[in-house]
Design a protein. Structure first.
Length: 262
């Protein structure tokens, strides 16, 4: 039996929907955040990992940059052993951190001479304006990480290594800066619509749905049923560039779901 055009459109929403690569998702997460856990090798306790919280910037290729004091323990550690990693999670409060994305960037870090730090300084201060109060203190210096490897976790069941070259070449998703606002909008104002999507293309006994991620190609929803939590992804009809396009596409997908259920 041949498949009708409307059936084909419906299947395109959920059957292997296109997704950004892990490299793109890692670059995007690094872009929207700005705070990380820095892991260095302890000098006090030989070969033990030492974690601390730092603010970071990014160069044009996504390599992290730090503005840190010579007095900080992590600075002393990395000057003795330049092998470091940064763990980055989404900004803001997250009620389900294990279901959210995170990325670990590993690399070798090096101190940037003050007379060579102009571009790094500009990019860093654009992200962390308050750092202007201490950027010129004598004991503060810029450091840059040469990325060696990247490990991305997109939530439950989505994880993998990303080569440094793929990460450095990847582009930030065009919806990155608008994503958190869009997620908040849909979860606050479209609760019933989200349940319709969950029942139509997820689990028929869905009782609650939370939209958890949006990118130019589609969005993820997390479903709650009486028995379990699960998730699914729905595709946009084409790559989107703006919040206005996302809102329109979302309403179109909801309408298709309602038509499918009738």
């Amino acid at each position: 039996m041949s498949q009708s055009g409307s059936d084909q459109e419906t299947n395109d929403l959920v059957d292997s929907p296109p997704e950004p690569t892990y490299a793109e998702r890692a670059r995007t997460l690094m872009h929207v955040s700005g705070i990380a856990t820095l892991c260095t090798t302890s000098q006090k306790h030989s070969d033990w990992p030492f974690g601390s919280v730092v603010a970071y910037g990014l160069d044009d290729h996504g390599n992290p940059t730090l503005l840190i004091s010579n007095m900080a323990m992590h600075t002393k550690n990395l000057l003795a052993d330049p092998r470091v990693s940064l763990l980055v999670t989404p900004p803001g409060k997250n009620s389900d951190p294990l279901g959210a994305a995170r990325v670990t960037v590993m690399g070798q870090i090096r101190k940037i001479p003050k007379d060579q730090s102009a571009s790094i300084r500009e990019q860093y201060l654009a992200r962390h304006k308050n750092a202007a109060y201490w950027v010129d203190f004598a004991d503060f210096n810029f450091f840059e990480m040469d990325t060696i490897d990247v490990y991305y976790v997109g939530g439950f069941g989505a994880m993998g290594w990303v080569t440094a070259s793929d990460y450095n070449a990847a582009k930030v998703d065009p919806l990155a800066d608008a994503e958190s606002g869009l997620i908040e909008h849909f979860n606050a104002n479209h609760k019933e619509d989200l349940v319709v999507l969950g029942k139509t293309w997820g689990e028929p006994d869905t009782i609650h749905v939370t939209l958890t991620a949006i990118d130019r190609l589609g969005f993820h929803i997390r479903l709650k049923t009486p028995e379990r939590f699960t998730s699914t992804r729905l595709a946009f009809p084409n790559a989107l560039e703006s919040p206005e396009e996302v809102r329109g596409a979302f309403l179109t997908i909801v309408q298709k779901a309602k038509e499918t259920r009738n």
